[in-house]
Design a protein around this ligand. Structure first.
Ligand SMILES: NC(=O)c1ccc[n+]([C@@H]2O[C@H](COP(=O)([O-])OP(=O)(O)OC[C@H]3O[C@@H](n4cnc5c(N)ncnc54)[C@H](OP(=O)(O)O)[C@@H]3O)[C@@H](O)[C@H]2O)c1
Length: 337
């Protein structure tokens, strides 16, 4: 009986301690929760205000004739921005413009402008920017999105292909940025966005030219961001993983042919619409960089930085697997023997 009483008393004292802990936990939770809720509310209001401020902004988008650029054009246009659509294929730009005009309310938005341009002809960029400025009077946001990928071993890739990819992905974006910058500096406002890639942070085998061009873009963006911060100009570098677009279809092989295959990784990537929404949000909140991917590419970035030896092993294996697959493709009979 005595033992039973002792056990009951012990339980009661445990419960008392528990309740007295609740007395402490309660105020602490409130002290943390109230500022957190207030922060969330203020940031929601701030983000909403920034979204609203996109209305009437002039947004120049390269690579707007397909894929991610087209989705970005929809996203910015939907929010009331005046979009300037740039790429080489005029007909595709016309299609995107017609689609925008038919999809959204025309009263609240400005008609999209089309500027056909070839990023590899980077000496022409100043003329294109002058033309845009003569129409719109200003450029608020430049989205350097146009780009081309690469499929091929270093040993099989001609230097002309390396140069072509560098011209489009790097020098084209750099030239356009330099052409836009003086006006932004004069107005002390603007936002420059670079659509890089996960491959701007970690290089893959068989993508040397593409990875190199995107690494260069990352570095250029970092330097520029520091230089123009005091002039109220923002720089955002976006590093997407796979997005379901025509990128692999349009990639160049080592000899400069069009690759023409939809990679399984690209086919299973994010939709361009989802990626565009996330990118516009990053612009709205003025994010300096955004890695827009699933977990695996993020792990690769982590390994490259903190455990490079592991990353090197993984990439060596990937290159070896790709070689064997290539061999099996070129000698199908031997594979079945
Ligand atoms: N898809 C992905 O998995 C992925 C992943 C990471 C990063 N990205 C990046 O996202 C950007 C958009 O690519 P995407 O995926 O949307 O591929 P996409 O559908 O092939 O679009 C590429 C765009 O770039 C334009 N372009 C290509 N060469 C050009 C040139 N010489 N001058 C001007 N424009 C040119 C193309 O237009 P024209 O042919 O009409 O010129 C097209 O509008 C690229 O920078 C790419 O590196 C894509």
């Amino acid at each position: 009986m005595f033992m039973l009483e002792l056990a009951v008393n012990n339980k009661m004292s445990d419960l008392k301690t528990l309740f007295s802990n609740f007395n402490i936990v309660g105020p602490i939770s409130l002290a943390v929760a109230i500022p957190w809720i207030m922060f969330k509310m203020f940031s929601a209001v701030w983000i909403k205000k920034n979204y609203n401020e996109l209305a009437g902004k002039v947004v120049v988008i390269t690579g707007a004739s397909s894929g991610l650029g087209e989705a970005l054009a929809h996203e910015f246009y939907k929010l009331g921005a005046q979009v300037v659509l740039c790429a080489r294929r005029r007909q595709e730009l016309e299609r995107v413009r017609t689609d925008l005009l038919h999809t959204y309310c025309k009263d609240t938005t400005h008609p999209p402008i089309i500027i056909p341009l070839d990023l590899s002809k980077y000496n022409d960029m100043q003329n294109h920017v002058d033309k845009i400025l003569s129409i719109t009077g200003r450029i608020d946001i430049l989205v350097n999105n146009g780009g081309i990928s690469h499929r091929g071993r270093v040993k099989d890739t001609t230097i002309d292909v390396d140069k072509n990819i560098m011209d489009v992905n790097y020098f084209g974006a750099v030239a356009l940025t330099k052409a836009v910058l003086p006006d932004m500096l004069k107005k002390k406002s603007g936002h420059i966005v670079f659509i890089s890639s996960i491959q701007g942070l970690v290089a893959l085998p068989d993508r040397s030219a593409y990875s190199a061009s995107k690494h260069a873009l990352q570095a250029f963006g970092d330097s520029l961001r520091a230089e123009v911060a005091s002039d109220n100009i923002s720089v955002s570098t976006i590093s997407p993983g796979y997005i379901k677009t025509q990128l692999s279809m349009n990639a160049l092989t080592g000899s400069g042919q069009t690759y023409g295959e939809m990679d399984a990784t690209t086919a299973s990537g994010f939709t361009p619409d989802y990626a565009a929404k996330e990118i516009v949000r990053a612009v709205v909140v003025k994010r300096k960089e955004l890695v827009l991917s699933t977990l695996l590419p993020k792990i690769a970035i982590f390994l490259r930085k903190y455990f490079p030896f592991l990353y090197f092993v993984v990439m060596e294996r990937r290159a070896k697997r790709a070689s064997l697959a290539e061999l099996a493709k070129s000698k199908p009979d031997e594979k079945t023997n």
